[in-house]
Structures are given as C-alpha cells and as structure tokens.
Design a protein around this ligand. Structure first.
Ligand code: BGC
Length: 433
C-alpha cells in the first residue's frame, strides 16, 4: 500500500462551481448574440488557422468548422432547466454556485426594467437556498444590452451611471437573499480581448480605448460597491479577478523586469486601485506564464483541449501573492476544457493540494468554485470546448455527470484529498504518485 497523505479542509470551506448567464441560459438578446450572428461564418473559416495545430484537432474539426458552433442560441437552456441543474449540483455535494444576472434581460430597453426577469432570477436564488447552496451572484459577465453597446458600451462614461442604476435595482431585490456579489467578471480579460486584441465585440483594437474602458470598469466597481453596501452592509462585494502566475525561468535582470511589469499591470493594477472597495477577493485562475527573455515560454507538458498549459501548482503562487491584501479569498473560477474527462480529476486534485498549501502558509482562502458546473458556450470559440463537471448533449440538452465530478464530490464529502493520485510525468502523461 502506498503511504497515504491526507490534506484536510476546514468544515466551512465553501465548495462549489460557476457558470454565467450568456454561456448557459440560451435565448439572450445582447451584444454577443448580435455579434455571433454576424461573425459565425468567419469564425468557422478561421478555426483551422487557430486550432489546427492542436493535437485533438481531428476530434474538434467538425464542430469548430461548423458555423452553428459559434451561435449561442438556446445554449444549455439553463433558463428553463435551472432546477434540474441545481439538483445535479446538490447531488455533487456542492455548497455554492456562482451564476450571473443578465443585464440585457433585466433592462432590455433603456430605463425599462423587466420585472418578470427579475422574479425569475429570484426564483433561481430561492431554488438554490432550498437546496442549501450558497448563491454567488455576478452582476456583469461580459454581455451588454444592445442599447448600451449602441451608445458605445463601456467606452462611454454614461454606461457607468446606467450600470449603477441596474446594480442598485438588483441589489434592492437581492437584499437579504444573497450574501456574495461579484460586480464585474474579469475586467482585464474583457478589455484586452475586446479593445486590445480586438477579437471580441466590439472588436476595437485601440490602446486608448483599452485604457479608457478599463478605467471605466474600475470606476463602475467603485461606485457599485458603495451603492450595494449602502443598500445592505451585509453584502460581501468583490470583482472576479483573473490573475496569472508569471514565473521566471532564469533569474536574469530582463526576466525579473518582465515579471515585475506583468505582475504590476496584469495582476495588481486593478486590485491596487480597488483595494478599499473589496470585501473579499474573487480569484479566477487559469494560467501560468513562463518568462524567459519574453513571455509565454511555457513547456506545455500537459495541456487542455484548448492547448492551454495545465500547471496546477500555479494557483499556490497566485494565492500567496494575494496575501498582501489581507482579505478573504474565494477562488471564483478555475478549470479546464477536457472533453474526454481524462485530466479533470487529476487537475482538480492537484489544484486543491496547491490551495491547501497556500492555506497552510497563512493565506485566507475560504472557498473554491470550479469552472464550470455544466458545459457551456465558450465565447468566440463556441460550444466545442468542454469545461463542465457535467456534460451537456447539445442535441438533446441531456446532462451527464462526468466521472471527475464524482471525484470532486468525494473530496467535498471527505473535506480532504487522499493520496495516491495521478501526477504529470515529464513526458506529459499522467502517472500514479
Ligand atoms: C471566464 C469564463 C470562461 C472561462 C474559460 C473565464 O475567463 O470568466 O466566462 O468560460 O474563463 O475560458
């Protein structure tokens, strides 16, 4: 028998999973759904250039080259199937679920609020509570009402005021029903994809717009935080911040400088500006970036279906770096695209070991929410990347729990990770540790 080492988690550690409105609900009318229709053909044509080099290309080719893949349409129909999905979450022992409210549903036209949509979200929250699942509510996960995008989206400073009006309205409804709110999901990913690289709507590649939008999002959070806390000081409010572990390969001056720069701008700039307006830190963590006379010199020994390196130790360093803010931390997202579920359970266990290590060294991590509960629409990549603990058959909308989800459920149930488990060999295959 191999020696057993056990990593225990505290009783009140919040175990969960995350999803977002546009990626799961279906039937949304927002800037993304408009953009998808206009760009689906182009995206399907570009697939081979973007993903053709992936090892699993032959598996994804059919979907990735089909323009329908790029239209969110009915997505997972979560809007109607949420009770079933919450039952599945419950069956997996989850104690928390992060979901987002779709601004375009709540305020489909300027100043006209849809009370039915608000009630629908309140029913979702009630359904979670009934199952003893703590809701984490995100108020903005990237999709905008079309009337806002027509006004210039987040580039227009007026959007801050409209957003705050929506935030106020929702917080009044959420008062007493919800504790955790994340206002804005990953402001840095949104601004860089939409305004720096120009690959997401509104596809503007302009450095000044990028800075302007980032600044407007920061101001929007600051103001929203004040509004929400005024409605109830009991709300715990944050953003979901995507932090990357920048590691240095050789300890040269250039490498150290590149690390400092990336840390300063990508990881800490927004947090430094918002630190007085965060009750906790919501961490979304996916990436490790190895610096060696340049960025992204990763070894890529083990990769996800999207070709992203899977380096589960990185979350330990990312968490340690957040210790200086002296705030509770919830991992609000972390996960991988893995359609045949061959790496998910290994990845979750290794990540949780790293989280445990950080906690052991004094980082106040209070929860872990895996991305994602169910497979969903992965933005400009469409449906083929499979992030779910639960698989979705997009033809029948049937759900099938993946084996790794049961392993996650077992960890939650035990509040512990037992060894032996699998680790990555130097050749990139998974072996028993
Ligand atoms: C986003 C999610 C996305 C996930 C996986 C995160 O950056 O918040 O919406 O699906 O990454 O790529």
């Amino acid at each position: 028998m191999p020696r057993q080492k056990i990593f225990y988690f505290k009783k009140n550690f919040l175990w969960g999973a995350s999803i977002s409105s546009h990626q799961t609900e279906g039937g949304n009318l927002n800037d993304w759904s408009v953009w998808e229709k206009r760009n689906a053909k182009r995206l399907s044509r570009e697939a081979v250039e973007k993903f053709g080099r992936l090892k699993n290309w032959h598996q994804i080719k059919k979907e990735a080259e089909d323009s329908k893949n790029y239209i969110s349409g009915r997505a997972c129909d979560f809007w109607h199937k949420y009770r079933d999905d919450f039952d599945l979450a419950k069956s997996l022992e989850l104690k928390a679920l992060r979901l987002s409210i779709e601004w375009s549903r709540i305020e489909p036209q300027k100043g006209i609020f849809d009370e039915k949509a608000i009630k629908h979200y309140l029913r979702m929250i009630k359904a979670l509570r009934k199952r003893d699942i703590e809701p984490f509510i995100t108020l903005w996960h990237w999709s905008l009402p079309p009337w806002i995008s027509k006004m210039g989206g987040w580039k227009n400073p007026k959007t801050i005021n409209y957003f705050c009006r929506y935030v106020k309205k929702m917080s009044q409804h959420l008062k007493g029903k919800v504790k955790f709110i994340t206002t804005i999901n990953e402001p840095e990913i949104y601004t860089s994809s939409s305004y720096f690289y120009g690959v997401w709507p509104p596809q503007e590649k302009n450095f000044f717009s990028y800075l302007k939008v980032l600044n407007n999002l920061i101001r929007a959070h600051e103001k929203s935080h004040k509004i929400i806390k005024k409605i109830s000081p009991r709300f715990k409010v944050s953003i979901a911040k995507n932090n990357v572990y920048f590691a240095v390969e050789k300890n040269s001056f250039l490498n150290r400088f590149l690390k400092w720069l990336a840390d300063w701008w990508w990881n800490f700039y927004i947090l430094n500006r918002l630190k007085n307006h965060l009750d906790f830190i919501g961490l979304n963590h996916y990436f490790h970036n190895l610096i060696n006379n340049g960025y992204n010199r990763n070894e890529n020994k083990v990769v996800s279906d999207l070709g992203f390196e899977l380096y589960p130790q990185s979350i330990y360093y990312t968490l340690k770096d957040l210790k200086k803010y002296k705030k509770p931390i919830y991992v609000t997202e972390n996960g991988l695209a893995d359609s045949n579920d061959s790496k998910r359970s290994w990845y979750i266990k290794e990540v949780l070991r790293s989280v445990h290590r950080a906690i052991h060294e004094g980082v106040d991590v209070r929860g872990y929410l895996h991305w994602s509960l169910i497979d969903n629409f992965e933005w400009d990549k469409g449906f083929w990347p499979r992030f779910g603990l639960i698989e979705v058959d997009y033809h029948t909308l049937e759900r099938r729990t993946r084996p790794s989800a049961y392993e996650y459920a077992k960890i939650i149930n035990d509040r512990a990770i037992l060894r032996p488990h699998k680790v990555a060999s130097p050749q990139g295959t998974l072996i028993e540790a």
